[in-house]
Design a protein around this ligand. Structure first.
Ligand code: PMP
Ligand code: GLN
Length: 387
């Protein structure tokens, strides 16, 4: 249908998210899809049975705006057990429609037109559009290839009187790098005495390898007082399609968050919240995730070792970066498309996570897959790049 209005696009530079683009191309080409991050295996039937039970028991109407009390309590208990502080279930926890909504809502709640928000490149793709939608300006710090460690000296130079927020993400998508306790100390030093809010995206909080400990902002007494911490059940329980996550933070920050949350989402799927509250009671389910994914990471890295890709370190998340320098002269986006069409393995080009399209000839593979899927991908790679 033709539109009757002339559209002065608010977002002329925004195309379709790379995750949709690559998954669609993978489906069209019959490629093994290691691009968009989601598991290709099932969650436990007990979780589905619980949702069904709550539906049949009539729990099908609006949950409270902040989330069902049982789930908020389970979140408080988990955060206290892992990181120390006991947030108040009434005023300091909100259940969200996944981490994406939590991030958007937090940005909308705090960032005014003209405000600056510091983000780290490569930057997860939803942050900057959210900042710009509310009239803010993203300011870019760099996590530099190949180790992708933050440069706090650079961050210090980027802080200005207009800085309203800094967004951090550890374990980091797409690089698999981590912030350490030392990083948090440096961040705390930089922010002391300012009114800068920290938005900490910790959706991969349970996926760290080789015995590494997650440096949650919840566990940093000083930073926690200025932070909204985001997590997602999608990553933790293999249910990315449910789109349920949560935020925790000090009551005054949460009150501002909820002013926006109540009018852009109000509340999320009641029976799923009740089921998750029950499911969380068994801590081994989230505590076992690191070992579960480490096995997949190691399996995938071993398969990839027989290809000419150069694997970068992967300390957390379910993503593996690989350099194809020397294999192809193509820019990474063209290389990812070629891989999908011609090799039959879909990946994510890392340049899409840079405002200036910086291209280090690196692509991202998702290894949250069954061994058979990873093996099928590896076979195609071995054939295409037979040494
Ligand atoms: N942040 C990061 C770093 C992510 O990787 C993702 C999803 N993969 C999200 C946020 C969004 O999570 P959700 O699906 O719960 O919205
Ligand atoms: N966060 C997932 C990834 O990095 C994708 C989420 C999405 O498709 N929006 O692949």
């Amino acid at each position: 249908m033709q539109t009757a209005v002339s559209i002065d696009s608010k977002h002329p530079a925004i195309g379709t998210t790379i995750f949709t683009v690559m998954s669609k191309l993978a489906a069209e080409c019959g490629a093994v899809n290691l691009s968009q991050g989601f598991p290709d295996f099932q969650a436990e039937p007990a979780l589905f049975a619980a949702v069904h039970r709550h539906m049949l028991a009539g729990r099908n109407q609006y949950a409270p705006m902040t989330g069902v009390p049982e789930l908020r309590q389970a979140i408080v208990d988990k955060v206290a057990a892992l990181y120390g502080p006991r947030f108040d279930a009434e005023s300091e926890v909100t259940v969200t429609a996944g981490a994406t909504q939590a991030i958007f809502t937090a940005i909308a709640a705090f960032v005014r037109p003209g405000d600056e928000v510091i983000v780290f490149e490569p930057v997860y793709d939803s942050y900057v559009p959210a900042i710009e939608t509310v009239g803010g300006r993203a300011v870019f710090a760099q996590l530099k290839f190949p180790d992708y460690a933050p440069d706090w000296g650079q961050v210090a130079q980027l802080i200005s009187p207009k800085t309203r927020m800094i967004i951090i993400n550890s374990p980091h998508n797409p690089t698999g790098s981590l912030l350490t306790a030392v990083d948090l100390e440096k961040l705390a030093n930089l922010l002391r005495g300012t009114d800068i809010v920290v938005l900490s995206d910790e959706v991969y909080e349970h996926i760290l390898f080789d015995g590494e400990q997650h440096a949650s902002l919840c566990a940093h007494a000083e930073l926690a007082q200025r932070s909204i911490v985001v997590s997602s059940f999608g990553k933790t329980y293999h249910i990315t399609g449910w789109k349920i996550g949560y935020v925790v933070g000090p009551a005054d920050l949460m009150a501002e968050f909820r002013k926006v949350h109540q009018f852009n989402v109000f509340t999320v799927h009641t029976p799923s919240q009740l089921a998750l509250a029950e499911y969380m009671q068994d801590a081994s389910r989230h505590l076992g995730l690191a070992a579960f994914y480490q096995e997949k990471r190691d399996f995938f890295r071993e398969l990839m070792a027989a290809t000419p890709f150069k694997l970068l370190p992967c300390r957390g998340t379910y993503f593996q970066l690989a350099s194809y320098a020397g294999l192809s002269e193509l820019p990474d986006r063209a290389f990812a498309e070629w891989m999908t069409r011609e090799v039959g393995v879909a990946v994510i080009p890392v340049s899409v996570f840079y405002a200036n399209g910086r291209d280090d000839q690196v692509v991202r593979f998702c290894f949250a897959k069954q061994e058979s899927t990873l093996r099928a991908a590896a076979e195609r790679l071995h054939q295409a790049f037979a040494k």
